[in-house]
Ligand binder design. Structure first.
Ligand code: NDP
Length: 252
């Protein structure tokens, strides 16, 4: 008998990078409430432990580990922890991300590097860690968090962020095409969602623009958690490849 129950989420083992706040945290709580075992990685271990305590109190199954997704060994260790603790890995949600908004002319090269390292290389390290396990198991599901800024260039200011989110979509689609058959690949592209992401810009003008934009548009992070649950709960022969969701009021 399968260890996955009727809702097709209960019993699954789900790894989430960037599980310490925002969409990752809300998705972890949601999936745990539906019976998934969640394995959360992020740098702020204190936040992860507080979330884990809540999930356990509510009767859920969870493991956490300090993880910097710019370090391949740490992402591998996170995925390995899921396998050691829960015996398998069903889903990896490549979610950790940084959005630093500033005009290109400011040449904030450090922030360009960090966005590329976290948003793109961090995702690739998730793929590198889990793909051999998925191939061995003959099943698995990558969920990759892009953005509406991965569909349309968020310029001026968000050009590099958009570049990373276009890359997420390209890699996730190539992944689907290359390893499909038994392994699923989903792209989730949200618009403005309540989280800590809006605090990621050091440029004063960029930060002010983002603050205003989010105040006018943002919707709760549960909207993304529900979309992720929808992709996971489909039967194994259905691969939800792309979900775009925006606040109804959002124009961009
Ligand atoms: P948050 O800032 O709330 O969450 C980002 C998460 O990523 C945190 O848990 C953070 O944890 C983690 N993180 C950042 N850097 C690293 C790192 N080097 N290693 C490991 N974890 C890291 O923002 P969101 O929840 O909004 O962001 C989640 C994803 O959703 C991102 O990919 C973002 O681009 C995407 N997105 C968000 C939208 C929004 O409007 N909120 C819209 C479209 C896409 P810690 O600091 O503890 O390491």
């Amino acid at each position: 008998m399968s260890s996955v129950s009727a809702n097709n989420i209960s019993g699954k083992v789900v790894v989430i990078t960037g599980g310490s706040s925002g969409l990752g945290e809300t998705t972890a709580r949601h999936l745990a409430s539906l019976g998934a075992s969640v394995v959360l990685g992020a740098r702020r271990i204190d936040k992860l432990e507080a979330i884990a305590a809540d999930i356990r109190t509510a009767g859920g199954k969870v493991a956490v580990q300090a993880t910097d997704v710019t370090r391949q060994d740490e992402v591998k260790a996170l995925v390995n922890l899921a396998q050691e603790r829960f015996g398998k890995v069903d889903v990896v949600i490549n979610n950790a991300g940084l959005m630093a908004i500033a005009p290109l002319a400011e040449t904030r090269v450090d922030e360009w590097d960090r966005m590329i390292d976290i948003n793109v290389k961090g995702l690739l390290y998730g793929v590198a860690a889990a793909l051999p396990i998925f191939q061995e198991q003959g099943s698995g599901h990558f969920i990759n968090i892009s953005s509406v800024a991965g569909i349309k260039v968020f310029s001026p200011g968000g050009t590099v962020y958009s570049g990373t989110k276009f890359a997420v979509r390209a890699i996730a689609e190539g992944l689907r095409h290359e390893v499909g058959g038994k392994i699923r690949s989903t792209i989730i592209s949200p618009g403005a969602v309540e989280s800590e992401l809006k605090h990621g810009s050091s440029d004063a003008q960029g930060a002010a623009f983002v603050k205003d934009f989010y105040q006018q548009n943002e919707i709760p992070s549960e909207s993304v958690a529900r979309a992720i649950a929808y992709a996971i709960e489909q039967p194994a022969d259905v691969d939800i490849n792309e979900i775009v969701l925006r606040p109804t009021v959002q124009e961009f």
